[in-house]
Structures are given as structure tokens and as C-alpha cells.
Design a protein around this ligand. Structure first.
Ligand SMILES: [Zn+2]
Length: 211
């Protein structure tokens, strides 16, 4: 039986995947796979080493992860309600929210011509851009409602893995994360755990005026 494992340098792996080494390192960290990276130099640091290697067979796993992060299947499935060059820069944990947006767009009156233009993360929550007939008041209202609904939902969903999470108040970057991924926003600032919604000036979500 062939039992020899082939290894490939992190740089070659990144080249084959079409991403930068720093992107690949970040992905390995976020998916808790740093321990699968080997280094012949025992003193090397994961973040800076030029000698680290990974099992070549892991490339397939990372291809799937990248497809998930780029929402490849989502783009195919919902092409009818997305603009051609739709910008999706959010993390994979918010995929269920994207699907909710796409399903809602499909149910809107065809006369509105409503399609998703972009989905971004902004200080811990999801912001959405749409193309639609903004001359119609009913369309404007419904789009505004959908935006706010998704924004609030995203604040309690880990952007990395989709588990229940909360807003993390951080000097480097505020994010919505579960307990397991809380480290991605570390260190947090005083007030972390008290601010549920950065857009509501410190008030809790329950204190927001209802739409
Ligand atoms: Zn998470």
C-alpha cells in the first residue's frame, strides 16, 4: 500500500489556489487548521515562515473552502436576482442571510426590477446594495425594511461560521462572531458585551424604534 504523503510548500499551494500566501494563512487560521501546517524549521513562526509545507492532498479541501468563501454556488443558483458583477465580500458565515435576501428578491413584483448589487461587512454588520426602480415608494420601503432586517440579523450571527454570535467591540476591527471565533476580534475594548448594535449609539437592539 502506498503510504507516502506528498507535501507542498505553502507558497506553491497558494499559487495553485490562485490566492496570496497571506490570504491562505488567514484562511487556515480562521478554519482552525494551523496545526496541519508542518515546518522543517522547528523555530519558524507560522505567520512569517518561508519553509512551511502542507500535505498536497489538502489542496482539494482548500479549493472547496475557497468556492464557499466566493459564494460560487450561490451566484449560480440565484443569478436571476443578482447583477452580473455582484460584489460579495462578506464572510461565509453569513451565507444563510444572503439566501434570505435572494429569496425575498424573487418574491418582489417583477416591475421593481430588484437585484442585489453588493453585500459587505461594515463594523460588525452586513450592508446591502440593490439595483431597483427607486421611483416607486413601495419598492423603496420594502428594500429599506429588508436592509435593516438583514443588518440586525447579521449582528447575532458569526460572520465566519454562521453559529449564534454577537457584536464584538474591537479597536482593530469590530465584528459579529461566535465564542469560538471571538479571538478574531481580540483584543476587545471596554464596553464589549454591552453594545449590541454599533449603529444605535450603544442602545440595545430592543430599544431601537420599530420599523
Ligand atoms: Zn464562529
Amino acid at each position: 500500500m502506498e503510504d507516502k504523503m506528498a507535501f507542498i510548500s505553502l507558497q506553491s499551494a497558494a499559487d495553485r489556489l490562485g490566492v496570496s500566501v497571506s490570504y491562505l494563512r488567514d484562511m487556515l487560521d480562521r478554519t482552525d487548521r494551523i496545526q496541519t501546517v508542518l515546518d522543517p524549521d522547528p523555530s519558524a513562526d507560522f505567520w512569517t515562515s518561508t519553509t512551511s509545507v502542507i500535505p498536497e492532498r489538502d489542496i482539494r479541501t482548500y479549493e472547496h473552502m475557497l468556492a464557499r468563501r466566493r459564494f460560487v454556488r450561490f451566484r449560480e443558483k440565484y443569478a436571476d436576482v443578482l447583477v452580473d458583477d455582484v460584489e460579495l465580500t462578506i464572510r461565509p458565515g453569513w451565507k444563510s442571510l444572503l439566501e434570505r435576501v435572494a429569496e425575498r428578491l424573487r418574491w418582489m413584483p417583477p416591475a421593481w426590477n430588484a437585484r442585489l448589487r453588493k453585500a459587505r461587512e461594515k463594523s460588525g454588520y452586513m450592508t446591502l446594495g440593490f439595483e431597483y426602480d427607486s421611483g416607486r415608494e413601495d419598492a423603496r420601503n420594502e428594500i429599506a425594511r429588508l436592509r435593516e432586517e438583514i443588518r440586525l440579523s447579521s449582528l447575532s450571527l458569526c460572520e465566519e461560521c454562521g453559529r449564534n454570535g454577537r457584536f464584538r467591540y474591537s479597536p482593530s476591527r469590530s465584528l459579529a462572531l461566535c465564542d469560538r471565533h471571538a479571538r478574531l476580534a481580540a483584543p476587545t475594548l471596554p464596553g464589549d458585551g454591552e453594545i449590541a448594535d454599533p449603529a444605535s449609539d450603544g442602545a440595545s437592539i430592543n430599544e431601537l424604534p420599530s420599523a
